[in-house]
Design a binder for this molecule. Structure first.
Ligand code: NOJ
Length: 560
């Protein structure tokens, strides 16, 4: 397997709206980010992934871009951005930008033109179709509720939008559009950025004819995933993008890819494939959902998590490259989700970090994860800001008459605003995020959970994450070793080994408040053992053949 800087790196994701406000308008901004680079340096991350900072009417907080080459007014100016990049590079931190090109905003100049007339030169930048029998062209359901089609009176046709109706899908069949995208990518790369995170990039090729999905009882619209996830020309487009743009720069490229399998992951990231560096997949994030989607709650079975992550570890081993993550701006907080944010918040946050960071792949830390930030519970739907959450609530409660309390419970567990509450910097008002009124309320636990306290406390999640990051820099085996699952059927312990030449790591994690016993396999012999990290005190002479684990305990041994 080839050695690459992006395999050895740790990425930190910033959601700019919620990170740090520098001018008191209640919205995070670029100068705010620049003011916190020393904090990131202390944490030790190598790369920042910045969620979109381009001009946008903010229907989906910047994932609806109206100008790809300019900075959102609320976030600052291009000069601020350039200074931020220079300050990152000065500290040895690289920057990858979000590339959102499955769709643009309906306020993008291309779409403004496109909707004017059927023979407008920009018409084919988007996907337009006439209605069928007075209805939408097909029955696909939008990721944000309702139809994926919006009727436009000017030309008596519908346009496709997999996400909100303010996010029309771009037409990748059109070579002129593709070249516009490539030019725009070069514009940013030539400014010195270090790569791209590509938003739902495996959605850009749609099946010819855009057929309706098989009907589902009681549903007006149904998911059309199989007609646009990993579509027919996706690899042609990525190879073209690679040849035209990516291959010319030494960069990190990561494709956000819902609904991808490890076999497809190899096609996207295989070293001989000339497409992307790594895949950001979602299978492990779907394990606590019942059929019918993310709002249908189901408790996590640890064996499902082990099976899924092991499938990805073994599936890509030597053939492709994984991203490792528990959190991003779309996911609930992991310590509330798979840990115990009430009785063992610090222990379980550290355990989860250990379990993930010792795997093969490039780890991603989402802002606030490193201090163990938790989910939030607002009283009413009016306090939520996320379009996915609000649309879902309106559809379920107002159109279908479902019980609002039940819907609120699912929002508490899965809503995207859990990840988006302002970063908790300190104990001052609004957690030091802003001097104004924050665009989304701060989690009320900020006096207890905040970065100032975490940096001061040597036993905090923050310092534990620093250590995890540092270990990756010191031990090649964490980056390049092969992975093997131990005690596959155990319902509380997740343990695995990593192996590189004559070295072996044993990673032992307890996903419960109980005290199960871990037994080391007899054939696993060694002459010396070193404890690399643990979230409880462990004495040096501990016998590891049989370990009674404490609640949410994590240990990593290096055996030689
Ligand atoms: C995935 C992004 O992560 C999410 O935040 C966004 O809403 C959709 N793609 C649409 O861009």
């Amino acid at each position: 397997m080839s050695k690459q800087w992006w395999k050895e790196a740790v990425v930190y994701q910033i959601y700019p709206r919620s990170f740090k406000d520098s001018n008191g308008d209640g919205v995070g901004d670029i100068k705010g980010i620049a003011s916190k680079l020393d904090y990131l340096k202390e944490l030790g991350v190598d790369v920042v992934w910045l969620s979109p900072v381009y001009q946008s009417p903010n229907d989906d907080n910047g994932y609806d871009i109206s100008d790809y080459r300019n900075i959102m007014d609320e976030f600052g100016t291009m000069a601020d951005w350039e200074e931020m990049l220079a300050e990152m590079h000065k500290r040895g931190i690289k920057l990858i930008m979000d590339l959102v090109v499955n769709h643009s905003s309906d306020e993008h100049a291309w779409f403004v033109e496109s909707r004017k007339s059927k023979d407008n030169p920009y018409r084919d930048y988007y996907i337009w179709r006439p209605g069928k029998d007075g209805k939408e062209p097909n029955n696909w359901e939008s990721a944000f509720s309702g139809s994926t089609w919006e009727y436009d009176e000017a030309t008596d046709e519908y346009f496709l939008h997999i996400f909100s109706k303010k996010q029309p899908d771009l037409n990748w069949e059109n070579p002129t559009l593709r070249n516009e995208v490539y030019d725009m990518m070069k514009f940013w790369l030539d400014k010195g950025i270090d790569g791209f995170r590509m938003d739902v990039i495996n959605f850009i090729s749609k099946v010819d004819g855009l057929p309706s999905a098989p009907e589902e009882e009681g549903k007006k619209y149904v998911s059309g995933h199989e007609y646009f996830m990993n579509g027919p020309r996706i690899h042609d487009y990525l190879k073209e993008m690679n040849q035209e743009v990516l291959s010319k720069y030494d960069i990190l490229t990561v494709g956000e890819m819902p609904g991808v399998t490890p076999e497809e992951g190899i096609l996207y990231t295989g070293e001989d494939r000339n497409e992307l560096n790594m895949v950001f997949q979602f299978e492990h994030m779907d394990l606590d959902s019942a059929p019918g989607g993310k709002w249908n709650l189901k408790p996590l079975e640890l064996t499902d998590l082990k099976n899924t992550l092991t499938k990805w570890q073994k599936g890509l081993e030597g053939k492709g490259w994984n991203s490792l993550y528990w959190n991003n701006h779309d996911q609930p907080r992991i310590v509330s989700r798979f840990g115990d944010d009430k009785n063992y918040r610090v222990e379980s946050a550290k355990m989860l970090g250990t379990c993930l960071h010792m795997m093969q792949g490039t780890p991603y830390i989402y802002q606030g994860e490193e201090i163990g930030m938790t989910n939030v519970k607002f009283e009413t739907i009016d306090e939520y800001r996320d379009i996915e959450t609000i649309n879902m609530y309106n559809e379920k409660v107002h159109e279908k008459g479902e019980d609002p309390e039940k819907v609120m419970t699912s929002i508490y567990v899965k809503g995207r605003d859990n990840a988006r509450t302002p970063f908790q910097w300190d104990e001052s008002e609004h957690a030091g995020f802003t001097t104004g009124t924050p665009w989304l309320k701060v989690n009320s636990n900020y006096r207890e959970i905040n970065a100032r306290k975490a940096v001061e406390d040597k036993n905090s999640v923050f310092h534990y994450y620093r250590k995890l990051i540092n270990l990756r820099k010191q031990h090649e085996i964490i980056v390049y070793g092969t992975y093997d699952l131990l005690c596959a059927d155990h319902r509380e312990i997740y343990a695995y080994t990593r192996t590189l030449r004559d070295e072996r790591l044993v990673v032992i994690t307890n996903f419960s408040s109980n005290t199960p016993t871990f037994n080391l396999q007899e054939e696993m012999t060694y002459t010396s053992k070193e404890l690399l990290i643990s979230n409880y005190e462990v004495s040096d002479d501990t016998d590891i053949s049989s370990i009674k684990l404490r609640p949410w305990e994590a240990r990593v041994y290096k055996l030689t």
